[in-house]
Design a protein around this ligand. Structure first.
Ligand SMILES: Cc1ncc(COP(=O)(O)O)c(C=O)c1O
Length: 970
């Protein structure tokens, strides 16, 4: 069967599988009757703090998935009710299930605009009256509207739930929005009003009177009565893009549906106790702005604006006094969305493509001329379509702009990107993060400045450091020997490195800390903590966070707190507060005048608020995790000294590395990618996370799969000492559900694992990562992945992952597992003893006999400018260029083991170049590095096909003794 023919079956298998678990008891367990007594409510509220609440909806990682499947199930039930009624059969059991399900959906739909409350009441009436024909029709229409996105075309107009719908939607299990025609975008506005039930009709009719055909967007209204309900609504309902808080409203929700309760579970009871009785509007505003900073907030109040003025009111786009001026609000709502929808450069390019121009510049493909005229490359035009050629030009005029000196739409597009990613300034890069990294390093680092850098960083950094002439001090990440991969650099190791430079009197020379967040395998730093402690030692240290894989992280609160930009902002705010200053002074007193290295390492250090400067840069491959054409990247800057110290060098560095013909299509796609992230980033990232969790769940719970496969957990990838929360897995094995304490781990632990990246352990299969990737996933099933280790493969979900693709992956893994099982059976029956022995040996080599990962040895003293002070940094540039002269190096073969012996007895070998095995893809040797026996052993045991910088027939390039002597002398 071809992969595509399997899609449909696979999707329905996953749906069936979910639905089958809808036993009456767990549906029952989910519902707490709304008319519950005050005592029960209070008890329930108390239990919010303990994380193992009994009432839990298993099998759903997401209320949105639950909602979607719930409607499908209701459609089946109502169909069954109708048929049985027609045949005069007993309906009691289906009736009971329908009642349960309907009551859940009635609560869930209180947080959405469609189906409206009146439609939901109609459904309940049909059900109670036993009018199953109408119920069935109505539910099936709702399913259609939700699946096809039809409800989005109506805006605030009520849709007739009984009118027949045009056709059946493509039932792929994903909310289907494959609509390429340019319909008006749709959003929902949340009203928080204590009288929401009665007010909703007034609000709707207020808006209905003033919406106009020329409005650029359609919208509908959701109204909820309390603080908690508002929180649930904005986290659950992705369509909400604006929120109007009206007057006073209570704190508590009357709904207690476990699947929604998880949204409010993070609020402590204590927080409620601390809340004042009034003024909930500004408080809620601040909380909503923290959770979803992109949405527009409006406050309607009857207090005088002066009374409520304060820092919290800054989060509101507009504060209205008392009366409901719907027209004014309507215009504000549209303007708010337009602000995010605006794509200045994409618009400029599209306009340009529509204007007739004469081409007298160098670019024959511009306007498609060279291709259309050709007799031989006409297929180029038919494949790409004409627009791409109409939008190609080498001109910077005609409404376009220059990336090298932007003054028009590119400048504006970059400004909007800065807003979206929480940066002070953002720069577009059209040659990927490889180039972005070189730009930042060149801009900030002068020759002989010291840069601390994780050795397993992307190779662009090593090359960037060669170019900049920095003295490089490599930091070792903690190794994960059992999986042949690295984790990340411990804070202790960074601090001790900095403190040693301080001791050696060279701290002034240390300019930058460069780390990868998250790593390829998904290990995420506690960015704020790292920066805070480093700034306590060196208050103006510059940070470059390589967020090549983390552009999406800014769009959901759990991830956002670990991004460079959000952390920079949080720290700069924190250091301005009186409380912080007091804490700092108290710590200084505790530390005394001359604290020992041990004490400093053991203390969570605080920087001096009068000296600290926040200088943070992040480079992101937008194309890796958000929408952008390949190579579309961004540099985000939060640097308090930018104008004073960095603007000019940054400009020069940008010029150095940027083509004078940057690709306009990439720039336009970055602009569009930003628009999407600001309007639906939250939704997409949440869905991605939920799908990743459901992959984990299925591999862990399906015995056919778990026999051979397992996904690595937080405890596999992060040593215990870095997990203060004690949480070892984000997937709860007992409840088979997302661990609700994952958020706690993300707030506190030194490292967390990005759950959207799934590392599959293959040890039990006897197949190595590379073979599994190529021969199993790619050749047989067309599944592409790009990272493997000796015994793992990495599956990355992204914002484009769908339930269908998840179902397909699970199906493929199941088939592979079945194949392996068959092979094993055959092996037991047919294999000779030597064959069995060989198979076992393969498994052992993947599970036990793994070559230990080598640490960075050291730079040879010929390249260590401060050899005497024992500082570890090396002049990598000097070593790099020394190898340009052929006579300075020779080759040494690795041999069969005797080389290690010679090295251990004193033979000094120094690498003349980079040696980068792929995977893992980072250098195990850099120019100037002393070759240790561990590295040779590791290389011999490596069974990868690609080792850049190493030709087995020649051997390793090593410097001659003479070259090293001359170098020392110089
Ligand atoms: C950590 C890291 N940084 C930078 C890059 C380079 O990014 P780009 O492909 O956008 O040049 C990569 C690429 O894989 C990477 O993994």
């Amino acid at each position: 069967m071809t992969p595509s023919s399997n899609y449909k079956t696979a999707v329905s298998t996953v749906q069936e599988w979910k639905i089958d678990h809808w036993t009456k008891s767990n549906i029952e367990a989910m519902i707490v009757p709304k008319q519950m007594s005050q005592t029960i409510l209070q008890n329930q509220a108390k239990s919010k703090n303990d994380n193992d609440k009994k009432v839990r909806l298993d099998y759903y990682h997401s209320p949105t998935q639950f909602r979607f499947d719930g409607w499908h199930r209701l459609s089946e039930y109502s169909e069954r009710l109708y048929r049985r009624q027609k045949r005069g059969q007993n309906v009691a059991d289906v009736q009971e299930k329908t009642r349960y399900l309907l009551s859940i959906l009635l609560t869930v739909e209180e947080y959405t605009a469609y189906p409206s409350r009146s439609v939901m009441s109609m459904l309940s009436e049909f059900f109670e009256e036993g009018n199953y024909q109408a119920l069935r029709r109505c539910v099936s229409n709702i399913v259609w509207d939700l699946s096809s996105g039809n409800y989005r075309n109506f805006g605030i107009k009520e849709i007739n739930p009984l009118e027949s719908r045009p056709e059946k939607p493509n039932d792929s299990g994903d909310e289907n929005r494959h609509n390429h025609s340019e319909k008006k975008p749709y959003f929902e506005v949340l009203f928080v009003d204590k009288n929401s039930r009665t007010e909703i009709d007034n609000i709707k009719s207020g808006f209905q009177d003033i919406t106009r055909p020329e409005d650029a967007f359609l919208y509908n209204v959701v109204a909820v009565p309390s603080f908690e309900d508002a929180l649930i609504a904005i986290l659950f309902n992705y369509n909400i893009q604006a929120c109007v808080l009206r007057y006073e409203f209570p704190l508590r929700s009357k709904n207690h549906l476990d699947i929604l309760d998880r949204y409010t579970r993070t609020i402590n009871e204590v927080d409620y106790d601390d809340m004042p009785d009034t003024g909930h509007g500004p408080l809620l505003g601040a909380l909503l702005a923290h959770l979803r900073p992109e949405i527009d907030l409006y406050l309607v109040t009857d207090e005088s604006v002066e009374t409520i003025a304060g820092s919290t009111t800054k989060v509101f786009s507009r504060i209205f006094y008392q009366h409901d001026d719907f027209l004014e609000l309507h215009l504000n709502l549209l303007r708010g969305i337009q602000r995010r929808y605006e794509t200045p450069f994409f618009n400029a390019l599209r306009n340009y493509s529509q204007n007739p121009t004469g081409v007298f510049h160098a670019m024959p493909i511009s306007r498609g001329k060279s291709a259309i005229k050709s007799n031989w490359i006409k297929d180029m035009v038919s494949f790409y379509g004409i627009n791409i050629f109409l939008a190609e030009t080498s001109a910077t005029s005609g409404g376009l702009d220059s990336l090298l000196q932007p003054n028009g739409p590119i400048k504006l597009a970059q400004k909007y990107a800065a807003r979206a990613f929480g940066a002070r300034r953002t720069y577009f890069v059209t040659n990927g993060t490889s180039t972005a990294n070189k730009i930042v390093v060149q801009a900030l680092v002068k020759p002989r400045d010291i840069v601390l850098v994780d050795r397993d960083c992307h190779k662009s950094h090593h090359y960037g450091l060669v170019l900049s002439g920095a003295y490089v001090s490599y930091l070792d990440s903690y190794p994960l020997h059992s999986y042949s991969m690295y984790g990340a650099v411990s804070l202790e190791s960074i601090k001790s490195n900095l403190l040693k430079y301080k001791e050696a009197g060279r701290l002034d020379q240390v300019k930058m800390l460069l780390l990868t967040n998250c790593t390829f395998d998904g290990v995420v730093y506690n960015v704020q903590k790292v920066m805070e402690e480093c700034l306590a030692i060196k208050p103006d240290l510059v940070f470059l966070w390589d967020e090549a894989w983390f552009a999406f992280a800014g769009f959901t609160p759990m991830y956002r707190q670990r991004t460079a930009m959000a952390s920079a902002k949080a720290l700069s705010r924190k250091y301005r507060t009186v409380e912080y200053r007091e804490a700092y002074l108290a710590q200084q007193q505790d530390l005394g005048d001359n604290p020992s290295m041990e004490l400093l390492l053991a203390t969570q250090l605080l920087p001096d608020p009068d000296k600290v400067k926040i200088r943070v840069y992040a480079t992101q491959s937008t194309h890796k995790s958000l929408t952008s054409l390949r190579q579309g990247s961004m540099i985000h800057v939060y640097d308090q000294l930018f104008k004073k110290n960095a603007a000019e060098p940054f400009h020069e560095a940008f010029m150095t590395h940027t083509s004078t013909s940057p690709n306009y299509q990439i720039l336009a796609s970055l602009d569009l990618g930003r628009r999407q992230a600001e309007l639906e980033g939250y939704e997409m990232v949440q869905k991605q996370l939920e799908l990743a969790m459901s992959i984990r769940e299925q591999v862990a719970t399906n015995p056919r799969l778990s026999r051979y496969f397992r996904f690595l957990l937080a405890e596999d990838m992060i040593p215990k000492e870095y997990r203060a929360s004690g949480i070892d897995s984000y997937f709860d094995a007992d409840t088979k559900w997302m661990n609700t304490r994952m958020e706690v781990a993300w707030e506190t632990d030194d490292f967390v694992v990005d759950p959207t990246r799934l590392t599959l352990y293959l040890g039990k299969t006897g197949i190595d990562g590379d073979t599994f990737k190529n021969e199993y996933l790619m050749d047989k099933y067309g599944i592409q992945i790009n990272k493997t280790s000796r015994n793992t493969v990495l599956f990355m979900t992204n914002i484009g992952t769908t339930r269908s693709s998840v179902a397909f992956l699970i199906e493929v893994l199941t088939k592979i597992a079945d194949e392996l099982e068959q092979e094993q059976e055959q092996e037991q029956e047919e294999y000779s003893r030597p064959e069995r022995h060989l198979h076992q040996k393969r498994i052992t080599s993947l599970t036990e006999d793994l070559p230990p990962l080598p640490d960075f040895s050291s730079f040879h003293r010929a390249f260590r400018p401060f050899w005497e002070s024992k500082s570890p940094d090396g002049d990598i540039r000097k070593a790099y260029y020394l190898a340009y002269e052929e006579s300075n190096y020779h080759y040494v073969e690795i041999g069969d083991g005797e080389l290690e012996g010679k090295i251990d007895s004193g033979l000094e070998l120094v690498s003349a170049g980079f040696v980068i095995p792929y995977p893992p893809g980072f250098p195990i040797l850099v120019p100037g590095q002393v070759i240790s026996s561990n590295i040779i052993t590791f290389m011999r045991k490596l069974d990868v096909k690609e080792i850049h910088g190493y030709q087995p027939e020649l051997g390793l390039t090593v410097f001659t003794e003479q070259a090293l002597k001359t170098s020392i002398a110089s």
